[in-house]
Design a protein around this ligand. Structure first.
Ligand code: BT5
Length: 280
């Protein structure tokens, strides 16, 4: 496979015919060799794709893009540092120097970057971001994002995008693909358009997020794109507890602010599965 547009934008682009998980592959390469920021591992045949919380990401061979991007907030490039942490002795100590609070923005900017890339290919449709990590076309999931922190403080952001799946090949009824939404092109061409668009947008957003004086633009752009806001939602937490309420806003560290249906004060949700109740 050849992805010429994406190769121009990635720091380094590693294209594989087949791989278990692009996130795992990038993590193992990052552990064994120094890799530049925006190194990307991509394939259209991922055999052991992972979702969040041990779930699986499934796609028939050749019908989807799986791409993982390496972000290095500590060691290279723009840094996610507080100004008071800019002492040289702290630069290689993730625990001391990373402003972890702002890591909640990483899946959100990845989802925003992907929703912008996807919307160019399906201009007739409504593309939105479902907090925290799904890209939806007309309310159906076309892309999921899995962000993972490595021991050295680097972050891998993996995205799966459904390109040319037919309706009967969709893994779940809540999914869709670019083809089903009218983007007609071979999978390889769609993969390159999506990945190049995504990487270009992600570079801008990442630079903005890691600027020492980040603008409010990211907060506004993510909020504008996020179809979860204003909706009745059910949040399922990893421990099994559920919260039903209305998603009101995203706070300054990327958490979803939910006003409980049963009353009480607004709860800030950092991690959880959100169901849009209007779509149930
Ligand atoms: C996600 O998890 O949505 C994150 C998926 C990330 C996949 C990428 S591919 C590249 C990189 N390498 C990896 O190994 N992973 C990343 P979550 O929110 O937990 O959603 C998972 C759920 O989405 C599943 O339980 C299914 O219900 C549904 N699902 C599985 N495959 C899907 C698909 N192809 N399209 C839409 N929904 C799918």
């Amino acid at each position: 496979m050849d992805l010429p547009l994406s190769a121009n934008i990635a720091g380094r682009l590693i294209i594989l015919d087949e791989i278990g998980s692009t996130n795992d592959e990038l993590a193992s390469r990052a552990a064994s060799e120094p890799l530049a920021e925006f190194t990307v591992v991509a394939t259209t045949h991922q055999t052991a794709g992972r979702g969040r919380l041990g779930r699986t990401w499934v796609a028939p061979a050749g019908t989807s893009l799986a791409a993982s991007v390496l972000l290095r907030p500590v060691l290279l490039g723009p840094v996610l540092l507080r100004p008071e942490s800019l002492r040289p002795e702290l630069l290689r100590s993730p625990e001391a120097s990373l402003d972890r609070e702002r890591f909640g923005w990483i899946p959100l900017i990845a989802g925003l970057a992907m929703s912008r890339a996807v919307s160019r290919l399906v201009p007739e449709h409504t593309v939105s971001l479902k907090w925290p990590n799904d890209v939806l076309i007309d309310g159906k999931k076309v892309c999921g994002v899995l962000s993972e922190l490595l021991p050295d403080g680097s972050v891998i952001v993996g995205s799966g995008v459904n390109l040319t799946m037919s309706a009967d090949a969709l893994p779940v009824p809540t999914a869709t693909s670019l083809l089903l939404m009218g983007a007609v092109a071979p999978a390889e061409e769609l993969a390159d358009l999506v990945l190049a668009g995504y990487l270009g947008e992600l570079r801008h957003l990442w630079n903005d997020l890691t600027a020492r004086d980040p603008s409010a633009d990211i907060h506004d752009a993510v909020s504008d794109a996020c179809s979860t806001l204003g909706q009745p939602v059910r949040v399922s937490f990893p421990d099994g507890i559920e919260l039903v309420g209305v998603a009101e806003s995203i706070d300054d560290v990327g958490r979803l602010q939910v006003r409980p249906e049963i009353g009480g004060s607004v709860e800030a949700v950092a991690a959880g599965d959100v169901t849009h109740l209007r779509y149930e």
